[in-house]
Design a protein around this ligand. Structure first.
Ligand SMILES: C[S@@+](CC[C@H](N)C(=O)[O-])C[C@H]1O[C@@H](n2cnc3c(N)ncnc32)[C@H](O)[C@@H]1O
Length: 324
């Protein structure tokens, strides 16, 4: 019956446009994906340097940056900024006026990212604002606003940012004067994940098999492309701030293709790099702390990965469809 045939056809074409995930495609076209991926450079690289100085990589050689810098006026990073900017120890506890100067220091890295990104490439910056009493006065240090201003001045285009809400088991962290207005403070419980693009949309040849094999499922799309993400923070043993892997996993799947190069210019313990490798992207990290670089280089040696291992790892990532 023609009517039944045409509704079946419609169902098939809908299914094509609302994929339940790329696992099936990857299994069906594994050889094609393997061949396309073998043309890409997937050799990891970890550089020990200040990411605000010239990075030994060519212009336009990176498709995605996923990073989280040290946060200005968050106490754990005071020493790093004071040393880098020649301030005397304790300056940031006494003087609230140094925020722009610190962001000019971080701007050197954003400038380098803008150079390294290919046209249409994406920069994702996770940054928290800081709340703190400095010189006896409680206030907010709006770090996200400084990064937005810097990146726009560098010619990057702002896209809709993500608000990362960290659920907490701590009792209500209300600060202020009991139940009477006006001197209480709103709790700071979200960080920003700012998203910028270098120029217009990235162009990709039609029917690119690596793009097809990089699709997300409907559940993933509905969760990841909404503006508020509720993701528990990773534990910080040894004092280092680390990304929960769910954050780079989402960003890398949302904004890059299999075979792309993903850069983290503040690599830290390497969460972005680890996830990038697992997702069949080339991880490139920059970190200025030698104690962190050494284990990262061991974990991510500079040699091409076994592509069968890459595809198997990817299939197991795709198998774990993540809901809200
Ligand atoms: C917030 S942590 C990054 C955490 C990382 N996302 C993770 O999951 O481990 C910031 C890192 O940037 C590094 N860093 C600070 N300034 C730097 C610079 N100018 N160049 C390179 N690395 C820098 C610090 O040593 C620290 O490891």
């Amino acid at each position: 019956m023609p009517a039944a045939r045409s509704s079946q056809g419609l169902a098939t074409s809908r299914a094509r446009h609302l994929p339940e995930g790329p696992g099936e495609l990857l299994r069906d076209r594994r050889e094609e994906v393997y061949a396309a991926l073998s043309e890409k450079n997937l050799v990891p690289r970890v550089l020990l340097q200040d990411s605000g100085t010239r990075v030994p990589l060519p212009d336009a050689s990176v498709q995605l940056v996923v990073t989280s810098p040290p946060y200005p006026y968050v106490e754990m990073w005071d020493g790093l900024f004071e040393a880098a900017l020649g301030m005397s120890p304790g300056t940031m506890s006494r003087d609230p006026s140094r925020l722009s100067e610190i962001h000019r220091h971080l701007a050197r890295t954003w400038r380098e990212c803008a150079r390294l990104l290919q046209p249409g490439g994406i920069l994702c910056v996770n940054i928290g604002d800081a709340t703190r009493s400095v010189a006896g006065e409680f206030r907010l240090f709006p770090n996200h606003a400084h990064v937005v201003q810097t990146c726009e001045e560098l010619g990057l285009v702002s896209l809709v940012p993500i608000l990362w809400k960290k659920p907490t088991n701590k009792p209500n962290s209300f600060l202020g004067s009991g139940f009477a207005p006006p001197n209480a403070y709103v709790t700071l419980d979200c960080e920003s994940i700012l998203v910028f693009r270098k120029g217009g949309r990235r162009t990709i040849p039609p029917h690119d098999v690596l793009r097809a094999a990089s699709q997300f499922s409907k559940v993933e799309r509905d969760t990841w492309f909404s503006q508020v993400w509720t993701v528990r923070a990773a534990r910080q043993d040894d004092g280092h701030a680390t990304f929960p892997e769910e954050i780079p996993r989402r960003l890398i799947r949302m904004f890059s293709l299999l075979g792309d190069t993903v850069l983290d210019p503040f690599a830290g313990t390497g969460s972005t790099l680890r996830v990038a490798r697992r997702l069949g992207r080339r991880p490139v990290g920059i970190e200025c702390d030698p104690a962190l670089v050494e284990p990262l280089r061991k974990e991510l040696p500079e040699r091409p990965p076994d592509l069968d291992e890459v595809l198997d790892a990817l299939l197991s990532q795709y198998a774990a469809v993540r809901g809200p």
